[in-house]
Design a protein around this ligand. Structure first.
Ligand code: FE
Ligand code: FE
Length: 255
């Protein structure tokens, strides 16, 4: 890999990125993007193809990841395998959790693909990333368009790779072996204000939401990346996951 490619001034870029995210994420755009992508008729490919496409994507919203996203995928899976050698479903979740970023191949701008997610149509809490860059956090009341403790499922969460991949998995439910538990981890893994910073308790409450919260939280420790603990990705690693991914996703999928 070419080390020169990794050289960018991260913090400025991240702030710039979040500014554009808050300017462009909205209920209207969320609705439009869901209509566009929830039908799953953009491209047919194997899950492995999606993984390979991420060789060409570096996440601009993450100050700690400056390697192609496919490497991050293998590393996340490997960290899980070390701790849970028998939980193949969780390893696969680690491997594919970011593959919704193939949205970049459809020319979506980064602010509709990556970044921490938050609830649209309600007051924006201080816990969101780069809160100072939110143009109008009080546009909606605390509850906004929601009723108290309406539940996770009812929330319009800012659009990105989480929701996109979740819908792909949901649309192709008969063609893969990944359990709902893992699909939910994927759906909410970028929802940091909720899963790591404790925001939105007034919108969420049911036992099933709290179960998802615990699953996402325990997944998150493997998704976090530190430059000092980088896991090596060898040919043997790639072979292991190629086999597993094809077991879980043996068919062409509608993306
Ligand atoms: Fe992600
Ligand atoms: Fe990730």
């Amino acid at each position: 890999m070419n080390d020169n490619l990794r050289d960018y001034s991260e913090n400025d870029n991240v702030a710039e990125f979040y500014k554009s995210l808050y300017e462009n994420q909205s209920l209207e755009n969320n609705k439009r993007l869901k209509l566009k992508y929830n039908s799953g008729c953009n491209i047919k490919m194997y899950m492995m193809d999606a993984l390979n496409k991420l060789d060409n994507f570096i996440d601009p919203s993450d100050p700690d990841v400056s390697v192609p996203n496919s490497i991050h995928a293998y590393q996340t899976a490997e960290r899980i395998r070390k701790k849970y050698p028998d939980d193949i479903g969780l390893q696969i979740t680690g491997l594919i959790h970011d593959l919704g970023k193939v949205l970049f191949t459809f020319n979506e701008p980064n602010y509709f693909i990556v970044g921490d997610t938050y609830v649209l149509g309600a007051k924006i809490p201080r816990e969101v990333e780069h809160y100072s860059l939110v143009p109008n956090p009080d546009r909606y009341s605390e509850l906004g368009i929601y009723s108290p403790n309406c539940g996770l499922e009812k929330l319009e969460i800012s659009y990105g790779h989480d929701e996109y991949l979740y819908q792909v998995l949901n649309n192709n439910k008969k063609k893969h072996k990944l359990d709902t538990k893992y699909m939910n981890i994927i759906r909410y893994h970028s929802f940091y204000p909720w899963h790591t910073k404790g925001a939105y308790s007034h919108l969420i409450s049911s036992e099933s939401d709290l179960k998802i919260l615990r699953d996402v939280q325990s997944f998150n420790e493997f998704d976090l990346y530190s430059k000092t603990d980088s896991v090596e990705v060898t040919d043997t690693t790639r072979e292991y996951y190629k086999k597993k991914i094809n077991e879980f996703f043996p068919f062409l999928l509608d993306f």
